[in-house]
Structures are given as C-alpha cells and as structure tokens.
Design a protein around this ligand. Sequence first.
Ligand code: ZN
Length: 94
Amino acid sequence: MPNILIEIEGVPRPVRELSWAYRLPCGCIQGCMLPDVFEEEAAWHQWFEEIGRKRERSREINKQRATGYTLTLEVRKAITAEIVGPPCPHKEDR
Ligand SMILES: [Zn+2]
C-alpha cells in the first residue's frame, strides 16, 4: 500500500492505519473494509460491489445515505475495538 497520509480529525495518518467504517443510522458500527479507495463515493460503490448493475447500486447507495447510513475513513484500531465490542443496542428504534 502506498505511503499516503490522510487527515482524520485534523491529524495526518498513514493510509495503512485506516479503514472505512460502515455505520448504522444510530451511529453504531456494522462493518469495515480496507481503504483500497480514498473517495467516499468510490468506497460506497466498493461496499455494494455485489450489486452488479451500477444504476441499481447507485439507487441503493442513495437510499442508504438518505436514511443515515455512513461510510467514513477512520483509524482502524478504534474501529476494531468497536467491532469486537457489544452489538448495536438500538434495534428497537430502527
Ligand atoms: Zn445502534
């Protein structure tokens, strides 16, 4: 992986220390993936790559964003700690 620095909350971090975090509308983490791409739009398309047709994929991405799902570059260590932590307790609110 190239030695690229990306600013996370004002701190420049090497890409190898980061991951994309996929979060539910309540803010709880639901999954993560390696930062093979650095643009949010490209990351969404990678996240839903199993939806083969681009138009359907874009529709799903727009729907998710509109309902509050997020995909953000974050520090991998923190993400990992969240993922192994307790699952989302907000199910009733969804
Ligand atoms: Zn939650």
